[in-house]
Design a protein. Structure first.
Length: 320
């Protein structure tokens, strides 16, 4: 049971998904001084407090941006929390905060802002996942299972559904962990086996429907949970081998692909993207093999090239 609890504690730092943090600076700066010939109107006390609050909010937000650029995400989150406290109706910040706090392992705080974001209309499945991980930490396994089940479908307001055949290795793995903690061996094994399925050969993740490397990593964890370390090692070693072999590939795009790559919309450096992808694969492989120093080295390489890489932030926590 102690082993299960240890896995659950590490699981609290890990979420699937793969959404990025987008922080928009929407402040408008203006000169509020009246023309010299006109007398400034009297300003009421509530208006003065509102103006002071706005300045403090803007200052906290800017300080958070600076900390974020310097890769100090914990300090950035604290500044953003201060900004939300002074302007509670700020729509975007709670959604940004719960993702950032989750990536830093601050699950209890993340849940608070996830709930705030939901009240403001954010219906991302990621919120359910955060709440489920938090419930798991506190031993409420059945409630966690129910919430994890809710992540298998996208809410209607997103305007899209999940692609047919989309793999849920990470979600199924954690459902297996929760059932294991409840002592339900049959359902635990069912979800571990489900999590072990899928494509086991790494590939470039360029198009939106390409399988993400995290899925292979969770296949390996599932095989370990099923008592088959050999199959687990095969998957972890494949991640490392692919990264080493393709690190210096000259990447080209198939412009006749069915799924439109985002680089046709935004300018992108294909070679940089490939390098990040290969480093990330290698980091996950070493993490699976429990070679934590090597894993941290490659996660840090990823973050040096892309500070907003959520997978690297989240999975690096598993090295601790």
């Amino acid at each position: 049971m102690n082993g299960v609890i240890k896995v659950i504690e590490k699981a609290a730092y890990v979420l699937s998904v793969l959404i990025g943090i987008v922080i928009a600076n929407s402040c408008t700066i203006f000169d509020s001084r009246p023309p010299a010939a006109e007398k400034a109107p009297a300003v009421s006390e509530p208006e003065q407090k509102a103006a002071a609050s706005g300045r403090q909010n803007y200052g906290s937000y800017l300080a958070g941006r600076v900390a974020h650029i310097r890769h100090d995400l914990n300090k950035a989150a604290d500044y953003y929390k201060d900004a939300v406290a002074h302007v509670p109706d700020k729509q975007m910040l709670p959604s940004q905060l719960y993702i950032m706090l989750t990536s830093q392992g601050r699950i209890d705080e993340a849940v608070r802002y996830a709930q705030m974001a939901r009240e403001k209309g954010d219906e991302s499945p990621f919120i359910y996942t955060i709440e489920a991980i938090n419930l798991t930490k506190h031993g409420k396994y059945q409630e966690a299972i129910d919430l994890l089940a809710a992540t298998t479908e996208y809410p209607h307001n997103l305007g899209e559904g999940k692609l047919p055949g989309a793999q849920e290795n990470d979600i199924d793995y954690y459902r297996g962990i929760a059932y294991q903690a409840l002592g339900n061996q049959e359902k635990s094994e069912f979800y571990f086996r489900k999590a072990s399925e899928g494509l086991s050969e790494p590939a470039p993740a360029i198009y939106y429907n390409d399988q993400q490397p995290d899925k292979i990593f969770y296949q390996g964890l599932a095989w370990e949970a099923l008592g088959n370390p050999e199959n687990a090692r095969k998957r972890f070693n494949k991640l490392i081998s692919y990264g080493e072999k393709h690190l210096f590939d000259q990447v080209k795009i198939d412009y006749f692909a069915v799924s439109l790559p985002d680089l046709l919309i935004w300018e992108d450096d294909l070679q940089k993207r490939n390098t990040i992808h290969c480093y990330y694969l290698m980091a996950l492989g070493y993490l699976g093999l429990k070679k934590y120093d090597e894993a941290k080295t490659y996660f840090d390489k990823v973050l040096k090239m892309d500070i907003n890489h959520q997978g690297a932030h989240i999975h690096r926590k598993m090295c601790e």
